[in-house]
Design a protein around this ligand. Sequence first.
Ligand code: GUN
Length: 290
Amino acid sequence: MTAIILDGNALAQKLRADFRTRAEALAAQGTRPGLVVILVGEDAASQVYVRNKVAACEKAGFYSEKISYPPDVSPALVLAKIAELNADPKIHGILVQLPLPAHFDSDAILDAIAPEKDVDGFHAENIGALMQGKPRFIPCTPYGVMKFFEDAGIALKGKEAVVIGRSNIVGKPMAMLLLHAGATVTVCHSQTRDLLFHTQRADILVAAIGRPRFVTAAMVKPGAVVIDVGINRLQAGPDAGKLCGDVDFDAVKEVASAITPVPGGVGPMTITMLLGNTLEAAERAAKRGT
Ligand code: GUN
């Protein structure tokens, strides 16, 4: 079997066209969606992610602004900026790029963002709403993954779903969304005793590990749907410098029924859903009259 390739660029384009129409309708009522992205430090990958987020906003016709701080900035200064943005009616979404430097209490920073502007969905209140099955903002990466299932008509009810990775950004919210969609969900991680046992019985396998080509063909059940959330840069070997995912794509695509590539899979969908959440936040603000 050769898998269907789930094309994140194509799906992103389709969704962004819809967002553009909604943004135009909103602009006609006098509201332009606005997102501020806060970057602390000089992490190279974070700089690229933030640049891409801001560029995508500008392309969509949103207002967007990047605020950068040096790695040794005082958390109090960042908190003061967040308070200012919380009160700014032109700004509908606030995103603090993670990871933050070690002297930051990341949860305290995320919880300082007004929940109605928390387009990442990382505020404790918004995580709680997601747990209850009443999400306000769905974290962008797992949201993008759910859009793949929806668009490709992949049913989740009663399926065995295995998520590898338990991060707050991907693994945990991903598991919750799959659970609410009716899948039976297993979350595996670095301490899981028999990973192979779990992955081999997965109808839906989501890899969010952060290790290049970690998921091999032998780990995948024939006909499974494989979603690759990893973005890794290969350090050595003939492909050194190239981007690759957490899945050995060339081998796994011969076993799976559907698979996302890297690049061009989950990556463009993450940014797309950030645009979607920012637009949603702006629409809600316009409705409230704030
Ligand atoms: N770092 C890696 N992924 C993300 C994300 O989705 N949001 C934020 N804020 N930081 C990240």
